[in-house]
Design a protein. Sequence first.
Length: 413
Amino acid sequence: MNASPGTRASDSLVELAARVVPLAAFLAFVGAWGRTLPVLGEIVVVGLLAVTVVAAVHHAEIVAHRVGEPFGSLILAVAVTVIEVGLIITLMVSGGPGAATLARDTVFAAVMITCNGIVGVSVLISALRHGTASFNTKGTTAALATVLTLSGLSLVLPSFTTSVPGPEFSGAQLAFAAAASLALYLLFLFVQNIRHRDYFVPTSPPVVRPLSSVVEQAVRARRTGAAVTEHHSARGSGAALAATRVGETRMTGVEVHAAVPPLGTTMISLGLLITALVSVVGLAKVESRTIEAAVEAAGLPHAVVGVVIALLVLLPETLAAARNAYRKRTQISLNLALGSAMASIGLTIPTIAVASIWLESPLHLGLGATHLVLLCLTAIVGTLTVIPGRATLLQAGVHLTLCASYLFLAAVP
């Protein structure tokens, strides 16, 4: 069915806005860096930050549709994490009262927001729209196990080691933790994208239909099979591949996709995605001074600043996960959530370990008692959620309660 002129015009405007917004946000980030903005300027930056997040999600979906799953989920997770690591190092170099715990606070915030916030929102949307959220238990349990292992190795053990006083590793321990984290993360990427890729793609429950319906469809397909074959042959192999993907999706009942975007469009979207992500993190850093002033005025702990910035940085993945859950693609939502948590640890800890060679401030990675309890609860609840391969509103409520508890206790420790 052809789209109406009004729909095509609307799509063109959306595409134009999605291309202009990241560039405008980047220019605003460059212009506002290191400057004190008036109140009107702060409002403009916040609004531009919000629409840039939406643009980032748009371009991430274009790239993901071109490369397929699970590569599409990996692109957004790694891109955000790389920029997040750069922001952490920049803030640690600048010093300040929270420099020693900045890496720990940021990584733990990412773990709690992704494993409870994004997972909870995804399951909630999918359960409300489709009754239950279905996903591939093999891939999801493997991803959760990797996240928990990385979290325990990098955030729990430093609180119990005795080589160095305080919640930090010695030099040798930090080197081992960094190497082990990076190796485990790379091993997971190999399993996810090469060895067992089918574990991380959306699954659909079998559709039970009456025998008469099956026979009727078979007769209809037999009558029209020749015409369909000739039509596909005329379109060429590339179009036939796109049609096959659409046909497979229709049979699963998950979603009907448009044709795979061409390479040129994909490369433009990839460039704009990177620009948008840089702009989101940069504008969040520009707003960090205002956030710090507001936090101090409210009498809240300094760690709240890192939580707020982490929430802003993770907005693109949150929106992408929510949209996939709405489309009955909960597996992709969980890939985004757990992949982001994994990348935050697997890439941040090794990078910070190398940067600690020239950083003057100590590196406190060990969690306190409150955060250890929250991490243990997250591990137990997450395991019970992913093992059945199906989740309901109750599981969503439990995860969102844990996320809300973390955010509340960050403000009121």
